[in-house]
Design a protein around this ligand. Structure first.
Ligand SMILES: O=C(O)C1=C[C@@H](OP(=O)(O)O)[C@@H](O)[C@H](O)C1
Ligand SMILES: C=C(OP(=O)(O)O)C(=O)O
Length: 428
């Protein structure tokens, strides 16, 4: 097999200006697919993301008996009786490896799970142990990781589950999404350091409530989902606001102006916090009927940010911080060590390889201003590392980003849209 050549990040001749349309949200798409698969009737999804993570989710669900057909960009999901045997490839998708096993526990038969090599390093023990507590048959050979099997009889008891979800909010979301379908519902009790990614928990709660599920969130660290049907619901998927981050960064860094179209007025997506984040970097930010516009001001301040609720924004924010005029502190993101790669180590290594001054903190990064030089930016199969490399490449000649194709995890068109925007072709 020949290695793909490194991608040379385009360096703009002038301030980056244009309009960008971002495809559907990964997190909303994969939640909508899961919920439609266990709903009480067929649902039509529009604007569904077409990327590796959503393709894996679709295959996982169809392999267990869910009907999924697509006509002119409208995806019809028809729930079927879930059954094994089936084999689920999770790739490197956290939403597939954590959200599908609680659905597999409702199937009659054996469902086996495996994924990319690095997927075997991502924590799975919390969801596997939770499913055991709820009555599922799990065989992971005692590893708490992939590969594993889930064996079911077509229904699950459910009830109280004690867990520590401080390493990933996805453990709680996974149980929230399927829990109404368990005989006793699910009563999730978290005990440990805070659960990260509150924005994604809010998204799960909002999406089940929109489908008629009752969930009680009155007590901190406890989520009680009542048993009952999940209503089918046609859903229009919002654009992926986290994937807007590098494009908005291009405006802030080069003193240009970029509009991301279709920015929702109200959303649970973590990317909505980019409005505040870019304002803190010193850019002008405005939201109107055209979308969200970030306009660079020639200033790029250092920032001190708690990103615990919106951790997936960290790689691109770190890239912007590496080009700022003052020191930055990105806090509350220790759990990024368990993402597609150890993102704190990866950002420290790759920015410092370009001459930067990045230090890992116990729960984040300290990034000090230092002149960078060109080189090769490794991406560790992490789509957001690739985006971070593209952002730093805006100010360096010929920065090479290794495996830009890894952006296909959530946005296969990233290299094309980026090159068009950065080299002057406005895109609508
Ligand atoms: O539920 C989701 O869709 C996600 C939750 C978050 O996971 P963690 O809580 O593990 O950070 C986030 O980082 C990930 O990109 C998507
Ligand atoms: C952490 C991420 O993905 P995953 O859904 O695989 O956890 C991410 O997209 O930044």
């Amino acid at each position: 097999m020949t290695e793909a050549a490194n991608w040379v990040a385009p360096r703009p001749a002038e301030a980056v200006t244009g309009r960008v349309t971002i495809p559907g949200s990964k997190s909303i798409s994969n939640r909508a697919l899961i919920l439609a698969a266990v709903a009480d009737g067929p649902s039509t999804l529009t604007g569904l993301l077409a990327a590796r993570d959503t393709a894996l989710m679709r295959s996982a669900l169809t392999s267990m008996g869910v009907g999924i057909t697509e006509t002119d960009g409208r995806v019809l999901v028809t729930p079927g009786s879930l059954k094994g045997p089936a084999a689920v490839d999770t790739g490197l998708a956290g939403t597939v490896m954590r959200f599908v096993p609680p659905v597999a526990a409702l199937a009659d038969g054996v469902i086996s799970f495996d994924g990319d090599l690095y997927a075997r390093e991502r924590p799975m023990d919390v969801i596997l142990d939770s499913l055991r507590q709820l009555g599922a048959g799990i065989d992971d050979g005692g590893t708490g990781r992939m590969p594993f099997t889930v064996s079911g009889t077509g229904s699950l008891r459910g009830g109280v589950v004690h867990l520590d979800a401080s390493s990933s909010s996805q453990f709680v979301s996974a149980l929230l999404l399927a829990g109404a379908r368990y005989e006793q519902g699910v009563d999730i009790r978290h005990d440990g350091k805070p659960v990260p990614s509150q924005a994604h928990l809010d998204m799960s709660i909002a999406m089940i409530r929109e489908r008629g599920v009752h969930v009680d969130t009155d007590e901190p660290n406890r989520w009680v989902v009542s048993p009952g049907p999940i209503a089918a619901r046609d859903t229009a998927i919002e654009p992926d606001l986290s994937n807007a981050a590098p494009f908005l960064a291009a405006a802030a860094i080069t003193g240009g102006s970029v509009t991301v179209t279709g920015w929702p007025e109200q959303t649970t997506q973590p990317g909505d916090q980019l409005r505040d984040i870019f304002a803190q970097f010193g850019a002008n930010v405005s939201l109107d009927a055209n979308g969200l516009t970030v306009t660079g001001t020639g200033r790029l301040n250092g920032v001190d940010l708690d990103l615990s609720a919106v951790g997936e924004l960290t790689p691109v924010v770190a890239a912007v911080a590496a080009l700022a005029t003052g020191p930055s502190y990105l806090r509350g993101v220790a759990h990024l060590r368990f993402h597609e790669t150890d993102r704190l180590a990866a950002l420290e290594t790759e920015i410092n390889n370009l001459g930067g001054d990045v230090k890992q903190l116990a729960d984040g990064l300290e990034i000090r201003p230092k002149a960078l030089h060109s080189g090769v930016f490794a991406t560790y199969d992490d789509h957001r590392m690739a985006q971070a490399g593209a952002v730093i490449g805006l100010v360096l000649n010929g920065l090479e980003v290794e495996n830009i194709g890894t952006t296909a995890k959530t946005m296969p068109e990233f290299p094309d849209v980026w090159s068009q925007l950065v080299t002057g072709g406005a895109r609508v």
